[in-house]
Design a protein around this ligand. Structure first.
Ligand SMILES: C[S@@+](CC[C@H](N)C(=O)[O-])C[C@H]1O[C@@H](n2cnc3c(N)ncnc32)[C@H](O)[C@@H]1O
Length: 344
């Protein structure tokens, strides 16, 4: 049961979070050069008021699910005293380098050396113009702040929408018998929320980046119920039909077409016949037609080599080609949460 106080605490936390990251966004815009002007046609874009109302509606939907008992009120992850301030300083110190890359004043350089050995070429890029791509502790320490500033504090709630279809699917099952996987888990925020909500499930987080996995371990803490392993989405190190739940957040738009399709096929392969796949990623063209212009602008402002093709395509069609049937779908602010089962 949740109380009126729980509701107030939730609302206060989310409001503070949005204000904190929206403040970073506004300060960044004042400090940096204007975004480069697009030299291509841009679709319709929403007003700031429309976006704010949509984000509010998302928090309301999450609260309704908490009230309905689908999952517990989320904790604030990575919130030791001083942590927000430390991350904020790191973010602002790095911002000029990100901006210089955006305006072509700094090479798209990545650190050479052992960290990059054996990694696929498509992976070794400065996604989002972020320093060191996915390849350093510095990048792993900065990533969550960069993403939350981009989404003005709504990144975590978008990730957590994966929990609604999972909760509905979980209702008929004993969590202690289940095995779950987060593909491209990054710094482990979705995994941390999932572990908090269903601590009986044996979770694994898989990612190609050792520094991001180290950050995930720090956020999740030491627990035998969550394993973190290095590996590639397109070659999952699991037996056929060995996992009950396979999730992924904000990975697929970072992958070239062939790797994306291979990764979806791998998810279908490792899933048990009654299992569930849940993917959170960017919305795509046509999901909210009056916002399509945002999808045109995003890869122009942030280095996203595969995003335009992702946004113009259909996750549902790619999933069908990989052997997955749609089970549920929700547009959640700037993202889409799609659940699938294995085709029989
Ligand atoms: C945009 S981040 C998303 C991270 C996290 N899931 C989240 O919600 O923030 C993409 C992550 O996918 C990882 N990644 C990219 N390509 C991958 C691949 N082929 N196999 C496994 N991980 C990959 C990156 O290292 C990075 O941590």
């Amino acid at each position: 049961m949740v109380s009126a106080l729980d509701r107030l605490t939730y609302a206060a936390r989310q409001t503070a979070r949005v204000a904190w990251y929206a403040g970073h966004y506004a300060a960044g815009r004042r400090l940096l050069k204007p975004m480069p002007k697009p030299d291509f046609p841009v679709g319709p874009t929403p007003s700031r008021a429309e976006m704010t109302a949509d984000m509010r509606a998302l928090f309301t939907r999450e609260w309704q699910d908490i009230e309905a008992g689908l999952f517990p009120t989320p904790r604030t992850i990575g919130a030791e005293p001083g942590e927000f301030l430390r991350r904020s300083l790191l973010y602002f110190r790095d911002l000029p380098s990100v901006d210089a890359r955006r305006h072509g004043e700094l090479d798209d350089e990545l650190p050479p050396g052992t960290q990059a050995d054996g990694l696929p070429d498509y992976y070794r890029q400065n996604f989002h113009f972020q320093s060191d791509g996915w390849l350093s502790e510095h990048s792993a320490a900065l990533y969550d702040t960069q993403v939350e500033v981009l989404f003005t504090g709504a990144a975590d709630v978008m990730r957590r929408r994966a929990m609604k279809p999972i909760a509905e699917w979980m209702a008929r099952r004993n969590q202690r018998e289940l095995r779950g996987l987060d593909v491209g888990c990054g710094t482990g925020r979705l995994l941390a929320f999932l572990h908090d909500a269903w601590p009986g499930v044996r979770w694994t987080g898989l990612d190609l980046s050792p520094p991001y996995l180290a950050e995930a371990r720090r956020l999740i803490g030491r627990t035998a119920r969550v394993k973190l392993i290095e590996g590639a989405a397109e070659k999952l190190p699991f037996e056929d039909a060995s996992l009950d739940l396979v999730v992924s957040s904000f990975l697929f738009h970072e992958l070239p077409t062939d790797v994306r399709l291979a990764a979806l096929k791998e998810m279908a392969r490792v899933l048990t016949p009654g299992g569930l796949v849940v993917i959170v990623d960017s919305m795509q063209k046509g999901d909210q037609p009056s916002w399509d212009g945002l999808l045109d602008l995003f890869p122009h402002y942030f280095h996203e080599p595969y995003y335009a093709e992702y946004a113009a395509g259909s996750l549902e069609a790619w999933a069908a080609a990989a052997g997955l049937s749609p089970a549920a779908s929700e547009r959640a602010f700037l993202s889409k949460v799609a659940a699938f089962t294995r085709m029989t």
